[in-house]
Write a protein that binds this ligand. Sequence first.
Ligand code: RP5
Length: 307
Amino acid sequence: MKLFSYYKYFDKINLLTIIFTTSMIRSCLSIMASHTKCRTGTYPRTTINRFLVPDDKVNWSTEYKDYEPPYYTSPATYGKPWADPDIGSPNFNPKWNNLDGNISRQSYMGEYQIVTGYPLNPIGRTGIRGRGILGRWGPNHAADPVVTRWKKNSSGELEYDMHKKKILQFVAIKRQDTGEWALPGGMVDPGEKVTTTAVREFEEEAMNSLVASEEEKQQWKTKFKDFFSKGIPIYQGYVDDPRNTDNSWMETVAYNFHDDDGSIVGGFKLQAGDDAVGVRWVDIKPDLRLYASHTNIVEEVLKKHMA
Ligand code: RP5
């Protein structure tokens, strides 16, 4: 009898694992499929045009004899503590696909290839080589918080859409570099836990923690402690970021922090900070357009809440 109940418990855990893994794989696949913003137009902060990469030539395994992308590594990144030196520089011996000291050079997309000393973008060609304006060769790790609540009117009553469904909102920031609305994410500092990055970036970009008083921060700490310890992982993997190159790319881990009755984050005034120039609660609607592949991440969060 006892054995039977253990089996029941085991099956339940297995089932949950399978459901979680399957939905994570499904969301990873849909986000992975987007590799368009990082192969169109001029490279950010430059006048360099990307080499044309048609859809059927993205994959490295497809021959593209004429492929001659320009090489660009931003001079502004040289010598910065967050940036790697050029490949081949003396004393630069990166441990590709490994933890390199406290810098993770591992990819969520599996083992990436190294060709003539350079890591290769795991999704495919981008029309530009070099490190671009990113800091690391290979994966550049970020974390993205998706903070959500249900939309309410000024009397505090729930609002519904035309299908009589509750409206989910999330906190978006306006990026200074492109002017696009985005998740308030940021780069993982060497040795930092990704969950810590997600919360730190939220506080910096959506609550302006860098200039907040100690008293304000103490208030958040008490109120947020429990809330931010219950993030649900939504996605981990490649980001279709306009800064990506053939040898350097963004990856992220996104967590959903849901404020169900709107009393936690919903009770605080949002204020843009760090490199964000705007912040607001945004309705999750079909016409949502966000930076990089953030729309896909937010759509995954919506699916989870509507399921
Ligand atoms: C995106 O860039 C990530 O998803 C994250 O939101 C962001 C991190 O870069 P910075 O905002 O620090 O420039 O690819």
